[in-house]
Design a binder for this molecule. Structure first.
Ligand SMILES: [Zn+2]
Ligand SMILES: [Zn+2]
Length: 258
């Protein structure tokens, strides 16, 4: 039985650096510690505007979260990361070669949902698999945009087909699939149904999972009531959950790319 205590890491969190999140790294760390979390991935949004200040800020952030903080004996330990955007090629792809944790997901600030098709979305995931990202974030979100009528909230045939293909791609390319606590707690229409669907497919394919709260405020860090309950219900093997793998998390906190 999977329990909150088995979850050693939160692999998707935001700080003030993301600009629409509302806590400092210090506050996130305190809340993570209170939630019994040993490893905290800092996955602020990558915006990649490419101007000189942005590049300076990205370099400094990378240095802080992957090298400077490792010098202190912090609890939790910090894992360097960033959250990237499907449909956007980073201005400097070299950032991907340096970052330990590289999730990528759909974000409205980089695309127009009204113009996407299932095929277009799949192409973005396929490109991302070639470009060195190692996790697909919140794949269940927003898929109503590819269904007929677009207002439908349930799990349509196009979403099922697309999710099946994404899961297969992740299995073949050894990419983690993210179980996003915010997808379950925010009550986006259909998100729970879609996540339950893809998790069953992922279990069949032996996909490895990562769990993230996607916290934009510190009180949400490290707490996974919905994700844990759903994974327990599906009886997902603990051995396939990165957040339960102390050795791999320790390696990541030591700056090893996985
Ligand atoms: Zn955000
Ligand atoms: Zn996020």
């Amino acid at each position: 039985m999977l329990q909150q205590d088995d979850i050693l890491a939160d692999l998707h969190t935001h700080t003030l650096y993301s600009m629409h999140a509302f806590s400092t790294l210090y506050e996130n760390m305190q809340c993570a510690r209170a939630a019994g979390i040993h490893y905290l991935a800092v996955t602020d949004h990558y915006y990649g505007t490419g101007d000189r200040l942005a590049i300076k800020n990205e370099n400094t952030r990378l240095k802080q979260v992957q090298r400077e903080l490792a010098r202190y004996d912090t609890v939790p330990r910090i894992i360097g990361g960033a959250e990237f955007n499907l449909g956007q090629v980073p201005v400097r792809p070299s950032i991907l070669e340096k970052l330990v944790w590289r999730p990528i997901g759909l974000h409205s600030f980089f695309m127009s949902y009204s113009s996407v098709t299932a095929e277009g979305l799949y192409g973005m995931f396929r490109d991302a698999a070639d470009q060195g990202y190692n996790a697909f974030a919140h794949i269940e979100r927003k898929l109503h945009v590819i269904e007929d009528g677009r207002l439908g909230t349930s799990l349509g045939m196009r979403s099922q087909d697309l999710l099946r293909r994404i899961v297969r791609l992740a299995a073949e390319r050894h990419i983690f699939l993210e179980v996003n606590e915010a997808s379950l707690s925010r009550n986006e229409p259909g998100a729970r149904e879609r996540m339950t669907f893809w998790l069953r497919e992922a279990k069949r394919c032996g996909c490895r999972l990562s769990l993230g709260t996607d916290a934009h405020y510190c009180e949400a860090v490290g707490r996974f009531p919905n994700a844990v309950a759903l994974l327990d219900q599906i009886d997902y093997p603990k051995s396939l959950i990165l957040n339960c793998d102390r050795d791999l998390l320790e390696a990541m906190a030591n700056g090893e790319r996985i």
